[in-house]
Write a protein that binds this ligand. Structure first.
Ligand SMILES: [Zn+2]
Length: 209
């Protein structure tokens, strides 16, 4: 039986997930690029419907998740079948594929067995699917743990060098979320470097041209 407390938390997580995914609609490709640059790999969401062979875009995969702690499937927009999506990192000689979990299940897993006491590397060894999924959904493990009321502080080494190429290309808030600092910190730093901030108008001009 689901308690009232759980139901409320569940609803809040749902609301937050929607607002973040809406914000990311036009920046998801960049977000994936930033996450990979920060964590030194090349993961991208991928999925193929086993029934009709449709391959939904990453944003469609993310929209198709259920808010269910025990179900990591997404939905095929073509035929309505549910299936497991993956995060795949293609290398020159081999590729790594891990399950892409929904935000709700990521938070459920992180919230068990005092996992906030472990280092990012320990969590990665224990469940790489959760860690990689968490980074795409929440930016950092710190943000993910905060959603479930846990304080988790593990600074990302050398984060400025990793995200500097993205200043002005992505919003200050998205960049900040990927490295666990506030939008204000990114904005101040970007202005010091005299880089124009990201705006949807700039993006439209670039796409139009
Ligand atoms: Zn299908």
């Amino acid at each position: 039986m689901i308690g009232i407390g759980h139901a409320i938390r569940h609803k809040q997580a749902h609301v937050r997930k929607i607002s973040r995914s809406q914000r990311l609609e036009c920046q998801l490709d960049l977000l994936i690029e930033i996450t990979n640059a920060v964590h030194g790999d090349h993961f991208t969401p991928i999925g193929e419907c086993p029934k009709c062979r449709h391959t939904p875009a990453p944003i469609v995969i993310m929209r198709g998740f259920l808010d269910n702690s025990y179900d990591t499937t997404t939905v095929c927009p073509n035929c309505g079948d549910r299936f497991q999506a993956y995060l795949i990192a293609r290398g020159d000689f081999s590729s790594t594929r891990v399950q892409f979990w929904c935000p709700q299940q990521v938070l459920h897993w992180l919230g068990q067995e005092k996992r906030s006491d472990r280092t990012p590397d320990e969590l990665m060894v224990e469940n790489i699917s959760v860690v990689r999924s968490a980074l795409l959904h929440f930016g950092t493990l710190e943000n993910a743990f905060r959603k479930i009321g846990n304080i988790y502080v593990h600074q990302i080494d050398d984060w400025k060098a990793k995200v500097q190429p993205f200043l002005g290309r992505a919003s200050d808030r998205v960049i900040g979320e990927c490295v666990g600092v506030t939008e204000h910190v990114i904005r101040t730093w970007r202005r010091k470097l005299r880089i124009t901030g990201y705006s949807k108008q700039n993006e439209a001009i670039r796409i139009g041209g």
